[in-house]
Design a binder for this molecule. Structure first.
Ligand SMILES: NC(=O)c1ccc[n+]([C@@H]2O[C@H](COP(=O)([O-])OP(=O)(O)OC[C@H]3O[C@@H](n4cnc5c(N)ncnc54)[C@H](O)[C@@H]3O)[C@@H](O)[C@H]2O)c1
Length: 317
């Protein structure tokens, strides 16, 4: 019989750079009263649990410990960050074989427990692995999502905020499609608190729109490559992204986030997972929010989906 879900419990599978940074961000968030860390390297999970627990005297009390899959049963959210990360120059899609094999060892252990919580996939390539998690678990699509381009969108808002001298939270713009090289900056819908983007740019003395747009979109797309070249891995930005998605679910906030979600029919796409805006709340993906992108962006979205589809077609699921 399925366990009763504890809405104040989170599990993290994979305690490397991303898993441990996410655990640290979640401890500080006060969203949960129980957190279990799981890793094939159990010592690593124990070490991270201890280290993070030692900060608790200055934060909200919670039970943090290293565990195994039986500890996932009643977790409201299971964040999966297990798997290889990109070496310098490596693309996210290059990781697919290694990380699909790892997911084949993890997801069945969760599915066999008739898990009723939400799976939040973070490992890369995140769109492909969210698709794999969905198919291998047999869970409903609303309860299996990936962090997708929520991180790229945060980078996009930051870059535009810097360019325009405005709070990134006032930037309404998003990256859609693959979390990877075929991602799309949805410029046609971008605005600054309702003010058309180009009007705001001109207000700030920027007139060379196309050149600036191309530069910012490239910077956002290549941000991970740049960071990995300099410090081997990216983890703080994604940790904040994990915290934001967990917050949306735990507090049933219903923000519109570009998370990786299952698309079948919308935008002329079929049986694919990629990032398009969706309302995220207590049941995971509450509903998709159709957006009207322009013709060029629609073509780019189709190309992004085709890139992902060609990878999925080679998988043995
Ligand atoms: N979605 C995003 O925006 C985003 C951002 C940054 C990194 N990532 C991805 O997150 C993943 C983790 O990156 P990292 O830097 O933490 O890597 P890392 O090598 O530091 O950590 C990976 C961890 O996974 C564990 N692991 C491996 N196989 C496992 C298994 N079968 N069960 C449980 N644990 C297992 C390892 O022991 C290790 O502790 C990578 O795939 C990386 O590309 C995603």
């Amino acid at each position: 019989m399925a366990a009763i879900i504890n809405p104040r419990k989170v599990a993290i599978v994979g305690c490397g750079f991303v898993g441990s940074a996410s655990a640290f961000a979640l401890m500080q968030s006060g969203l949960f009263s129980e957190m279990v860390l799981i890793d094939v390297d159990h010592d690593r999970a124990e070490g991270e649990a201890l280290d993070i627990a030692h900060g608790m005297a200055f934060g909200s009390p919670m039970n943090i410990y290293a565990g195994d899959y039986s500890d996932i049963d009643d977790a409201a959210i299971t964040v999966i960050t297990a798997g290889a990360n990109q070496a310098p120059g490596e693309t996210r899609l290059d990781l697919v074989n290694k990380n699909v094999a790892i997911f084949k060892s993890i997801i069945p252990q969760i599915a066999e427990r008739d898990y009723q919580g939400i799976l939040l996939v973070v490992s890369n390539p995140v769109d492909i692995l969210t698709y794999v998690a969905l198919k291998l678990s047999g869970m409903p699509a609303n309860r299996v999502l990936g962090s997708g381009t929520t991180l790229d969108t945060a980078r996009f808002k930051y870059a535009l905020g810097e360019h325009l001298g405005v709070d990134p939270r006032n930037v309404h713009a998003r990256i859609i499609g693959e979390h990877g090289d075929s991602e799309i900056a949805a410029w046609s819908l971008a605005n600054i608190s309702g003010i058309p983007l180009n009007d705001f740019c001109e207000l700030r003395g920027h007139t060379d729109h196309q050149r600036n747009m191309d530069r910012i979109a490239e910077e956002v797309k290549n941000a991970a490559y740049e960071i990995i070249k300099k410090k081997r891995a990216t983890y703080y930005g994604i940790a904040m992204t994990v915290k934001r998605i967990c917050e949306a679910i735990t507090r049933d906030e219903k923000p519109i986030l570009p998370v990786s979600n299952y698309i079948d029919g919308e935008y002329g796409l079929h049986d694919i997972v990629l990032s398009m805006p969706a309302v995220v709340g207590a049941s995971g993906i509450e509903y998709q929010v159709p957006i009207k992108i322009n013709e060029t962006e629609t073509e780019q979205l189709k190309a992004s989906a085709a890139t992902l589809r060609s990878v999925i077609d080679k998988l043995d699921l």
